[in-house]
Each structure stands twice: as structure tokens, then as C-alpha cells.
Design a binder for this molecule. Structure first.
Ligand code: SF4
Ligand code: SF4
Length: 156
């Protein structure tokens, strides 16, 4: 079961206070601090993301986001992926751990409400739920959770 980040950007939308830019070194290089651990790091905008980085329109419209987050087509991407701090690189946005009727672990659900599971029955159950629940509903996470529980799964 491999975690796949779909680059939805959700986990970085409120990181503006946690990834602090202390000094601009050059057009695409910044002295930064990962505030939660006090770790300094040098952020360098990835070569292939410089064009989207230069357009600050979206970032300015979303002041709580990390200053390195930018839209790119349908994706919302980190523009310093290569030099981002370890906390960002290893982050896994799991919001639900799913167990079957015997208590065996069968999958996870990530913050963008994507199921990650090798279990065929669970995947089928999730697909059926997706026909009834929009990911955009404010109570979507709770409704997915209740649906799984009604089918006998345990959700933590
Ligand atoms: S919320 Fe999850 S899927 Fe979306 S960008 Fe963050 S880690 Fe990736
Ligand atoms: S550095 Fe990248 S991964 Fe980390 S919070 Fe900012 S945009 Fe997200």
C-alpha cells in the first residue's frame, strides 16, 4: 500500500506561519526557518517551477498558505520540493485508518479524501460511497466514515 500525494495542496494551506522566510538571498533562494522545530534551511525554487513561483496572485489571495505554494493547472504544488524541510518531505496526511470486521488493518484515507488500500471489497465500498458523497461537502469526511462503519469497518 503506497501513499501517493496527489498534490492537492490542502496540507500547506495553513502553513504560512510555520514556514518562515527570514531573508531573500537571490531571486529564487531564501533563508527560511521551519518554525515548529526551529530548523533553519535554504529554500531554492525548483528549476521547473520558477515560472509558476513568480506569479504571486493566488498566494496573495490566500494569505494563510505557505509562501512557496502555487497553483499549477489542476494541482496546487510546493515550488521548493527539492529543498523543502524534512517535516514536509515525510508528511503523510492520513485522516482515517480502516480495519475490517476481524480487526485487520485494510487501508488509510488521506486528507484529500482519497482511499489508499489493496483490499478489493473496501475499494468497492469506497467507490459506491463516492457516488453519493461529494468530496467538497463540509461533512464529507464524517459521511465517508459513517458509510464505512455501516458496512462493518472500524475507523480510527
Ligand atoms: S493533503 Fe495529502 S494529498 Fe494533499 S498535498 Fe498534502 S500530503 Fe499531498
Ligand atoms: S515548503 Fe512546500 S511542502 Fe512545505 S508547507 Fe511549504 S508548500 Fe507545503
Amino acid at each position: 500500500m503506497v501513499f501517493t500525494c496527489t498534490q492537492c495542496g490542502t496540507c500547506c494551506m495553513y502553513m504560512g506561519d510555520y514556514i518562515e522566510i527570514e531573508r531573500q538571498i537571490s531571486q529564487f533562494e531564501f533563508e527560511c526557518c521551519s518554525v515548529s522545530t526551529g530548523t533553519p534551511f535554504i529554500a531554492r525554487v525548483d528549476d521547473d517551477k520558477r515560472e509558476i513561483f513568480l506569479d504571486r496572485t493566488w498566494a496573495d489571495q490566500h494569505p494563510t498558505t505557505c509562501r512557496f505554494l502555487r497553483p499549477d493547472g489542476d494541482l496546487i504544488r510546493c515550488t521548493i520540493h527539492e529543498t523543502s524541510p524534512p517535516q514536509c518531505k515525510y508528511y503523510r496526511c492520513v485522516v482515517m485508518w480502516v480495519y475490517d470486521q476481524t480487526g485487520a488493518f485494510v487501508g488509510t484515507v488521506t486528507g484529500n479524501l482519497s482511499l489508499h488500500s489493496d483490499d478489493r471489497e473496501l475499494r468497492q465500498c469506497w467507490q459506491e460511497a463516492e457516488l453519493k458523497i461529494s468530496h467538497l461537502d463540509v461533512d464529507a469526511e464524517e459521511r465517508f466514515c459513517r458509510t464505512l462503519e455501516s458496512k462493518g469497518y472500524q475507523v480510527e
